[in-house]
Ligand binder design. Structure first.
Ligand SMILES: C[S@@+](CC[C@H](N)C(=O)[O-])C[C@H]1O[C@@H](n2cnc3c(N)ncnc32)[C@H](O)[C@@H]1O
Length: 296
């Protein structure tokens, strides 16, 4: 049964072009298991998750009034957002993903905000301007083909005065590191011949980081930090905080296992990541880059 504080606003995926159809296929019913598998509990995943949650908590202090989560997927962060805001709107291209995020919110303790679910596309946002205190976009911008500038600008317009957009972008390090442990054979090939990586990525995961555009199911944009800084500024936004996710130990499962044996060592490691992850020279070195930005 649906919670009486929940509301489902009728909507659809908007203008469904080929790229959206592919995304819907990927993030449809069958994609849910795949997404959960991707985030299955591993020591690195837990560590990165904790760093992302700490970043979100820092920027959700004071329990903001209105929060929009774009692309909640299976709802990895939705419960935290629900606890930390007074009203939460979950917005996703995929109806099955919205259902999965609703399931993830079931049975959560009180202090629940009003929750709404809307299906639609990030590239065609159906909201009035200046209505959200926080807009959270994690693991989604990579699926916006090529230029995320116009999307960021539109998302920024949704912010109320003093509002913040919290988003994550992929980095080449993240993608490269994720395949090294997964396939040592692929790692050797890639080290010998780096361009092979793209082929591996396309064939095994259906992702297409670069041209030719129609080779894979859809493209994934990698943004290097200097390009990101320009894009954010052009979108009329001002960065207030940014942090690489786990640039020191985020891809070091053995070290993390050792650190986990001592609570103090583990918490010191997290704090070290939070400090060094904010050094501009390490922005590209983590498992993704988190950005908090407000209107200029
Ligand atoms: C990789 S999942 C990330 C899920 C979640 N934010 C997390 O980090 O665990 C990407 C989500 O974005 C949604 N998505 C992809 N493209 C979208 C678009 N153009 N508009 C709205 N949602 C989109 C997908 O349906 C999926 O639920």
């Amino acid at each position: 049964m649906r919670d009486r504080r929940e509301r489902v606003i009728p909507g659809g995926p908007g203008r469904v072009g080929l790229r959206h159809r592919r995304l819907l296929e990927h993030f449809g019913e069958s994609g849910i298991g795949q997404e959960r598998q991707r985030y299955r509990r591993s020591i690195e995943m837990e560590y990165r998750l904790e760093l992302i949650q700490r970043f979100l908590e820092r920027h959700l202090r004071g329990r903001p009034e209105t929060c929009l989560e774009v692309g909640p997927g299976t709802g990895r962060f939705s419960a935290l957002l629900a606890r930390r805001s007074r009203s939460l709107l979950l917005f996703d291209l995929s109806r099955p993903m919205l259902d999965a995020s609703r399931t993830s919110l079931r049975g959560r303790p009180s202090r629940r905000p009003t929750i709404q679910f809307v299906q639609g596309s990030l590239e065609d946002l159906p909201f009035h301007s200046a209505i959200f205190d926080r807009v959270v976009v994690l693991g989604v911008l990579a699926f916006v083909a090529r230029d995320i500038g116009p999307v960021l600008m539109r998302l920024g317009q949704l912010l109320r005065p003093n509002g913040r957009i919290l988003f994550e972008i992929r980095t080449p390090t993240q993608d490269t590191m994720s395949i090294l442990p997964a396939s040592p054979a692929a790692a050797k090939t890639i080290l010998r011949e780096p361009s092979r990586y793209h082929l591996w990525s396309v064939v095994r995961r259906g992702y297409q980081p670069f041209d030719p555009p129609h080779f894979a199911r859809f493209e994934v944009a990698w943004l290097r930090p200097p390009y990101l800084a320009r894009t954010v500024a052009r979108a009329g936004l001002r960065v207030v905080d940014q942090m690489a996710i786990g640039p020191n130990f985020g891809n070091q499962p053995r070290l993390l296992k050792r650190l986990r044996r001592t609570a103090r060592a583990y918490s010191n490691a997290l704090r070290l990541e939070e400090e060094t992850g904010r050094w501009p020279e390490l922005f590209g070195a983590g498992a993704g880059l988190l950005v908090a930005a407000g209107q200029k």
